[in-house]
Design a protein. Structure first.
Length: 380
C-alpha cells in the first residue's frame, strides 16, 4: 500500500516538472525590455560581424517590380523572395530567373496573398494560398505538383526537416486559432500541434502573428503581443527559450488600431527576430502605427553571455555604406535590404558633406535608378 502511494506521488511530481518545462525559460533568460529600451544604445561596427559586404541589385522586368520584401531564402539555385503577391527567383547577380505560381483561380494559381518555403532536400517549394491550401511545386522546373487544404490562417511556413512542414497561425480580428503551430508531412497530413494557450482573446481589429525562423537545427518563434520566445525541439515540443518583460499597461484584449495615428504609444512588442551563430537580432516596436512608419528600436542578444542590450543599427565600417540590421540570416549570410532611392539619397548626403566612402560603393550606387527594385545587402 505504501509503495503504491509513493509511486503515485512520484508520478505527480514528474508530471509537475514536465508541465513546468513550457513555462520557465532555459538558463533563467529573463530580460526587462522596458528597462533596457530607456538606455543609451551601444554602437556596433559591421566589421565585428563579417568581413565581406556585397550589394545585389534586383533587376526589374515589365512583370516583376516591387517595393517590399516579406521573406527571402538563399538556395543553391539563387535567391527566392516574396512580396506576398508572388514568389520570384533571382540569380546571385540579381537577374530575374522565374516566378513560381501565378495569380489566378486554376490549379497551381494563387490569390496573391502568399507565404512560402523552399525544401532543398526534397526539391520542392510550398506556397500557402490565403485561407485555402498549400500548393507544392517542383523546385527545379517550377511545375505545379499537388496541393492540400489548410484549415487555418497561416503567417509563416518553415521546413526544419526534409519530410516536415511547420505552419505558424495568424489570429485575425475575428478568429483565434486553436493552435499556434501545426506540423505536417509534405503530403499535408497533420503530425503534431502546439496549442494556442497564450492568445485566448480576440482583440478588436488587432491581429497577432509570429516571427518564426529556422537556424541550422534550431526552430524558434515569438508571437507579437507575447512575452515568451519559444524553441521547438526535434519532437516538436515547445520550451521557453527566453522571457521578455515588457511591463505593458494594456492587454491584447484592449488593443485597437485607428489609421494614420500612433495607437497605444507606450506599448512595447517584438515585431521581428533573426539569429546567427552568436546573436539574436530583435526589432522592438513602440506603439501600433496605423499605416505610418513604425517606431523601431534595435536590441542584440548575445547567446554566449546571455546578455540583452539596446543598440544602434550596425555602423557600416566595411565600405562606408548605410547602417545595417539583418532582416534575415540564410546560409550563414546576414541580409538587409534598402530601396534604391535610399542608397542614392545617402550617397548624395555624404558627397555634400565631403565624407569619404569606398570606390566600390560609389561604383555600385552610380548604377541605380530611384525606381529600381530593392537592393540586397549581404554580409558574410
Amino acid at each position: 500500500m505504501k509503495n503504491q502511494i509513493l509511486i503515485k506521488i512520484l508520478i505527480l511530481i514528474l508530471l509537475f516538472i514536465y508541465s513546468c518545462r513550457d513555462n520557465k525559460p532555459e538558463n533563467n533568460r529573463t530580460f526587462n525590455v522596458r528597462s533596457e529600451i530607456s538606455t543609451t544604445p551601444k554602437e556596433l561596427a559591421l566589421s565585428d560581424f563579417g568581413a565581406k559586404i556585397e550589394y545585389i541589385k534586383l533587376k526589374s522586368t515589365p512583370d516583376v517590380s516591387f517595393r517590399h520584401i516579406q521573406k527571402l531564402q538563399l538556395t543553391d539555385k539563387g535567391i527566392y523572395l516574396s512580396d506576398r503577391k508572388g514568389l520570384y527567383l533571382f540569380d546571385f547577380q540579381g537577374r530575374f530567373v522565374k516566378e513560381t505560381g501565378r495569380l489566378g483561380n486554376g490549379p497551381g494559381e494563387h490569390s496573391g496573398n502568399i507565404r512560402f518555403a523552399v525544401n532543398e532536400s526534397a526539391k520542392e517549394i510550398y506556397i500557402y494560398n490565403f485561407l485555402k491550401n498549400i500548393m507544392v511545386y517542383d523546385k527545379e522546373t517550377g511545375l505545379f505538383l499537388r496541393d492540400f487544404p489548410v484549415e487555418y490562417n497561416v503567417c509563416e511556413i518553415l521546413v526544419p526537416q526534409p519530410d516536415r512542414i511547420v505552419l505558424f497561425t495568424w489570429d485575425t480580428d475575428r478568429v483565434v486559432n486553436p493552435y499556434e503551430v501545426i506540423v505536417m508531412d509534405t503530403l499535408g497530413n497533420t503530425l503534431a500541434t502546439i496549442a494556442n494557450n497564450s492568445r485566448d482573446e480576440i482583440a478588436g481589429n488587432v491581429s497577432a502573428y509570429a516571427t518564426a525562423w529556422h537556424y541550422k537545427d534550431i526552430l524558434r518563434y515569438l508571437y507579437i503581443y507575447s512575452d515568451s520566445l519559444y524553441t521547438i525541439d526535434e519532437n516538436f515540443e515547445r520550451q521557453i527559450y527566453a522571457s521578455l518583460k515588457f511591463e505593458n499597461s494594456v492587454s491584447r484584449s484592449q488593443l485597437s488600431v485607428l489609421p494614420e495615428i500612433v495607437n497605444h504609444p507606450d506599448l512595447l512588442t517584438v515585431s521581428r527576430v533573426t539569429e546567427n551563430e552568436r546573436y539574436l537580432f530583435l526589432w522592438v516596436q513602440k506603439g501600433i502605427h496605423g499605416g505610418i512608419k513604425q517606431d523601431i528600436s534595435y536590441m542584440l542578444f548575445d547567446k554566449h553571455i546571455n546578455k540583452l542590450n539596446k543598440v544602434s543599427q550596425i555602423k557600416n565600417d566595411l565600405d562606408g555604406g548605410m547602417d545595417f540590421w539583418p532582416h534575415w540570416v540564410s546560409n550563414e549570410t546576414m541580409i538587409d535590404y534598402r530601396h534604391a532611392y535610399e542608397l542614392l539619397d545617402y550617397l548624395h548626403e555624404l558627397q555634400n558633406k565631403g565624407i569619404e566612402f569606398s570606390s566600390d560603393f560609389l561604383k555600385f550606387a552610380s548604377t541605380l535608378n530611384e525606381n529600381d527594385n530593392p537592393v540586397l545587402i549581404m554580409v558574410r
